[in-house]
Design a protein around this ligand. Structure first.
Ligand SMILES: *Cc1c(COP(=O)(O)O)cnc(C)c1O
Length: 821
């Protein structure tokens, strides 16, 4: 269902500068997702930290011709074939277009909102109804002001049911989403504390969410929840409400009993007066509630669909993240077992493209048959083949009888196998070398067996790094500074222990301006892995100048000796204007030029042209401490004075920067041209700060649990005796992994199944023991050493140190695992 540019111009009420018309198929909002330039319409969106207008020129070079903008670019003359659709607000224009598109369909649309469970309910409904409807639904959790219009845009004339989620974090947002989804059936999953900060009360938030249902025929919710009932009344929506109940036997859907067994739950219910029972393969309360919502929707939407409830037993858990793991032979694995329909394949392929080290890295896709009803297999696999070709997959391994049957549609290097077993038997895994491998299969193909084969074997202790949380924190600090101020992201010391490459890659994708590392080798490694943005080396060793210059790394220069050496090397290489960064000591008294040296520095700089000063900077000694504010302000003013003096003498503009994380938060007036963001990006801010998300989680598993009688001791030196009969868990992590040995005597704790357990006895080199007498725990259970509910700051306080030291002490043998939500 393409639209012409003329039509779109009219729909969004734009003023158009071009005369060429074109058929538009793709709405592009992220320049990195470009795949079919000719059919794309780019919306230049402004967000807190970024502005889409910046990418117009780059996209034009890639042959995109149509742009929705709020300002015509100054250099539009250089883009002769470009067509600009000028509007006040490109996001609003996108939403208008989606509203128009939505109005063309007269099919049932399910709108889901609530604090938790939106995506799970949507995916469960999809699994339960996909044989009866041709369903269009939000990809992953596309539920925002931007995600919702893009989800709705996917609708076409073949669809017979839509399922979309809507999420809000601020008042008035639902008003904008309501006409885009225009649901006929609403589901309110529940209301909790999430995103409460921007609302006056829970009631205000709930009423805002309920505006999604203004024009619904029915609203499904937990009828036993008094709060929800009151809100529905207050919103005057109670006449459409269909509450299911565990207590009211007159409810349209009455749940008689819920019996939890070892690995499943038996639910007895009364449906339209008929007693029925069914099994689900989950035992947690959230899944049970989500399943009941689905049952209620099915009952309302298509009563015949609940004649046979056996399909509930085959529901598959919904996993919502893409795992990135290190594989064998230098490969990187991306595991996506979320589901195997064509939309999620598109998203996963985009993600794979964005993780490539460089254009030459081989991309391999291991794909199973795709479950999709409503489309003929031939046209489905034609679309898959087009997608695979467009995303430049070098090697396709297709597993399944359907894919094999349509193998002739695929070009390039391909291999097909009828079953997973067959693939494992016949494929030599040594054939994979330095590839980026996306493993994407529907659950019953059991692709986890393939990823186990390809995974580098890991020690059970891991540091899990949440890349989305990193981006969240980065954007948070971005929002505190002026749009034109640049950010240098500090990824020194192996990214504060979290691993520099994956972080650098993610930050580069989010267009950070600069990276900084401690030593030359760290920078060279990033270059080898394809990081191309500027990198500053804070402490360039004299012995590594070759590597430094060969890799276009920009040195920090802090002494006359180093200045001489850098100039000499640049001249020896016949370079002119190689960028360097001058460090000034304004009171920290670590590295940096002192004021008295400046005349000589300036003299030397003016007498050569091998290097030029890109920036001048200084470091604050106590930006996080109120007691030192006077000193900090003194450092800032001294720095400004010196920087002005240098700039005047050099007669060219030089960037200035002095703030680190705490400085960004506390001295916004000193942000100058750049800031240097470190610890805050890793999730550690001022104490009690709620704007940041945890990035790193140190995790292990219980190796063994033993019963110890009262009076026995545990561990080396018999330092601890148990006073009662106890259960002691042994964990495969010790001081050689970076777990501080002092923790056991200073009240250190770990989290087992969400509950705190103390260390007992001395921490050993590779193992330690914790007391699990008071909690439910089994061998194999996960244990958290620090993370979401056990912040690294707490460990730091107990150990009388700072979070920096704990994060950077995690030993390299602890595998880092990266994920996105
Ligand atoms: C490490 C470092 C930073 C970052 O400090 P945070 O407190 O982690 O934000 C900034 N500037 C310099 C010179 C550094 O060495």
């Amino acid at each position: 269902m393409d639209y012409s540019i003329k039509e779109i111009t009219r729909i969004i009420g734009a003023r158009s500068t071009g005369i060429h018309d074109a058929a538009i198929h793709v709405l592009l909002t992220d320049s990195r997702r470009l795949s079919s330039p000719g059919q794309s319409l780019f919306f230049a969106l402004k967000t807190k930290g970024n502005d889409g207008h910046r990418y117009i020129e780059e996209l034009y070079k890639l042959r995109v011709r149509h742009f929705v903008v709020s300002e015509i670019p100054e250099n539009h003359h250089e883009m002769g074939e470009a067509n600009f659709l000028l509007v006040k607000d490109p996001l609003k224009a996108l939403q208008k277009l989606a509203i128009y598109h939505r109005k063309r369909f007269d099919i049932p649309i399910i709108g889901i909102t609530g604090s938790n469970g939106k995506t799970v309910v949507k995916e469960f409904l999809y699994q339960l109804l996909r044989n009866e409807f041709n369903i269009v639904r939000s990809p992953r959790s596309y539920n925002s002001q931007l995600g919702v219009p893009l989800s709705v845009w996917q609708m076409n004339e073949k669809h017979t049911l839509g399922i979309f989620e809507a999420g809000i974090s601020q008042p008035d947002e639902m008003d904008k989403l309501e006409p885009i989804i225009a649901p006929t059936i609403g589901i309110l999953t529940n209301i909790g504390e999430t995103h409460q900060e921007n609302f006056l009360s829970m009631t205000q938030k709930c009423l805002e969410k309920l505006t999604l249902f203004n024009d619904c025929d029915a609203i499904i919710y937990d009828g036993d929840n008094l709060f929800l009932n009151n809100c529905l009344d207050a919103a005057c929506l109670s006449h459409k409400a269909i509450g299911w109940s565990k207590v009211d036997s007159d409810a349209p859907l009455f749940i008689d009993s819920i019996e939890k067994r070892q690995d499943h739950t038996l639910i007895k219910c009364t449906l339209l007066g008929l007693d029925q029972q069914f099994k689900i393969p989950f035992t947690d309360d959230a899944s049970i509630e989500n399943v009941i919502h689905c049952l209620a929707v099915m009952l309302y939407l298509k009563p015949t669909s609940v004649n046979d409830l056996s399909k509930f037993a085959t529901l598959e858990p919904v996993e919502m993240r893409l795992d990135i793991k290190e594989g064998i032979n230098g490969c990187v694995l991306i595991n996506d077992t979320y589901n195997s329909d064509i939309n999620s394949l598109d998203i996963a392929l985009d993600f794979q493209l964005s993780r490539r080290v460089d254009k030459h890295q081989k991309c391999t896709l291991i794909l199973s048959d795709i479950l999709q009803s409503g489309t003929l297999p031939k046209s489905l696999y034609k679309r898959v083949a087009d997608m695979v070709a467009r995303k430049k997959i070098n090697h396709l391994i297709g597993i399944g009888r359907d894919l094999s049957a349509f193998s002739s549609l695929f070009e390039g290097e391909t291999d097909f196998y009828p079953t997973t077993d067959e693939f494992i038997r016949s494929f030599s895994i040594r054939k994979f070398q330095n590839e980026l491998i996306l493993i994407k299969g529907s659950r019953h193909f059991h692709f986890e067996r393939i990823s186990e084969l390809l995974e580098k074997k890991v020690h059970e202790t891991i540091l899990e790094v949440n890349l989305d949380a990193l981006v969240h924190n980065y954007n948070y600090y971005r929002s505190l500074i002026k749009p034109e101020t640049k950010i240098i992201c500090m990824v020194k010391a192996f990214g504060y222990g979290a691993g520099s490459y994956e972080l650098a890659k993610t930050l580069q994708e989010h267009r950070t301006d600069y990276l900084a590392v401690a030593v030359t080798d760290e920078g060279a490694e990033l270059r080898n892995e394809g990081i191309s943005i500027p990198i500053i080396v804070m402490n360039p060793e004299y012995s590594s100048f070759n590597v430094l210059f060969d890799n276009q790394l920009e040195p920090e220069v802090y002494s006359l000796r180093l200045l001489d050496a850098v100039i000499r090397e640049a001249e020896r290489r016949g370079l002119t204007s190689y960028p360097i960064h001058l460090k000034i000591d304004t009171g920290m008294h670590r590295l940096g030029f002192q004021q008295a040296e400046l005349p000589e520095v300036i003299h030397k700089l003016k007498a050569q042209n091998g290097i030029f000063v890109r920036s001048v900077f200084s470091h604050l000694a106590g930006s996080d401490s109120e007691k030192l504010d006077e000193f900090t302000l003194h450092q800032v003013s001294r720095f400004q004075e010196i920087a002005t003096q240098i700039e005047a003498a050099l007669e060219y503009p030089v960037l200035r920067h002095i703030l680190n994380t705490a400085g960004i938060k506390r001295f916004p007036e000193a942000q100058m041209d750049m800031v240097r963001l470190g610890i805050g990006m890793y999730g550690v801010g001022e104490s009690g700060q709620k704007d940041l998300r945890n990035v790193s989680t140190l995790k292990t598993t219980i190796l063994q649990i033993k019963q110890i009688p009262a009076g026995d001791s545990v561990g080396y030196g018999r330092s601890a005796f148990v006073e009662r009969d106890s259960r002691i868990a042994v964990l495969p992590i010790g001081y050689a992994d970076g777990l501080d040995r002092h923790l056991s005597r200073r009240g250190g704790e770990v989290l087992v199944n969400g509950r705190r357990c103390p260390f007992i006895g001395n921490i050993c080199m590779d193992l330690c023991m914790v007391d699990v007498t008071d909690v439910q725990a089994e061998e194999g259970d996960a244990v958290i050493l620090f993370g979401d509910n056990l912040p690294v700051e707490e460990l730091a306080t107990k150990l009388d140190t700072i979070p920096y030291e704990i994060l950077t002490s995690i030993s390299p043998r602890v595998k880092r695992i990266y994920f996105r939500e």
